[in-house]
Design a protein around this ligand. Structure first.
Ligand SMILES: Nc1ncnc2c1ncn2[C@@H]1O[C@H](COP(=O)(O)OP(=O)(O)OP(=O)(O)O)[C@@H](O)[C@H]1O
Length: 233
């Protein structure tokens, strides 16, 4: 599904990612953890083509994508929910979803009712402006906007940031269910350990722009030494 090999990238002269290699299988949910400033967001942006790789390969679904423009990476089947959500506050739920479909292949797009079945709150609030929502509801809408295009891989950047614990659990359980149901792969940058335990199958730990270690979620449930080492929790 996604295979990254020897990836280096950064901002101008400043290299942030250093020789990153990792692999995400179809249907697998991978959490990327690490302290602030270690390069997690930079990795997601480089996968999306928002930052150019200086060296290395990003292979998605059998094709190399590291030189493609962002809209073609998105059209190839990678959905992205950036930090801060970036929904349209003045638009209704339905218009936010509709706008998200622009430029996407109608053949892969999901019906609105599929999205509303996964997230009933969006159906209830279909005609309301997104700016009136709570942080958790806005995050659900941001995720729904990415899902409606029918991606094969979803990149999420700190989806639990600033939202209340009950909604964290709801979003985690629902995303895990969607991944199981549809074979969607997810790469989620996350600091919230509860969310990682609910959602992830495997965890990668990033430090100074490199993936230092990874483990499956059962290992992390048994032993939280890795969390102490890479997050100081
Ligand atoms: N636009 C930018 N220009 C220059 N340097 C940047 C830019 N964005 C991030 N950086 C630097 O790149 C490094 C990695 O940042 P990045 O946002 O990828 O980290 P992160 O692990 O996602 O942390 P956080 O959880 O704080 O977002 C940091 O040193 C940061 O200061």
């Amino acid at each position: 599904m996604l295979e990254i090999t020897g990836l280096s990238a950064g901002y101008g002269e400043a290299l942030v990612l250093r020789d990153v290699s990792c692999r995400i299988a179809k249907g697998q949910v991978t959490a990327l953890m690490g302290r602030n400033g270690m390069g997690k967001t930079t990795l997601l942006k480089t996968i999306m083509g928002l930052i150019r790789a200086q060296s290395g390969r990003i292979n998605f679904d059998g094709a190399s994508i590291e030189t493609r423009p962002t809209h073609l990476i998105s059209r190839a089947g990678i959905g992205y929910v950036p930090q801060g959500r970036e929904i349209f506050d003045d638009f209704t739920v339905r218009d936010n979803l509709r706008l998200s479909l622009m430029g996407h292949d109608a053949a892969t797009a999901l019906p609105f009712d599929k999205i509303y079945g996964w997230f009933p709150i969006l159906k209830e609030r279909e005609t309301q402006r997104a700016g009136t929502f709570s942080g958790g509801q806005q995050q659900i809408l941001a995720i729904a906007r990415a899902l409606i295009a029918g991606p094969k891989l979803l990149l999420l950047d700190e989806p639990t940031e600033g939202i209340q614990p009950s909604i964290v659990q709801e979003i985690g359980l629902q995303l895990a269910k969607i991944a199981r149901e549809t074979g969607l792969s997810i790469l989620v940058v996350e600091q919230n350990v509860e969310m990682v335990r609910i959602l992830a199958d495997q965890v990668m730990f990033m430090e100074n722009g490199a993936i230092r270690e990874s483990c499956d979620i059962a290992t992390l449930r048994r032993d939280d030494a890795l969390l102490h080492r890479y997050l100081s929790v």
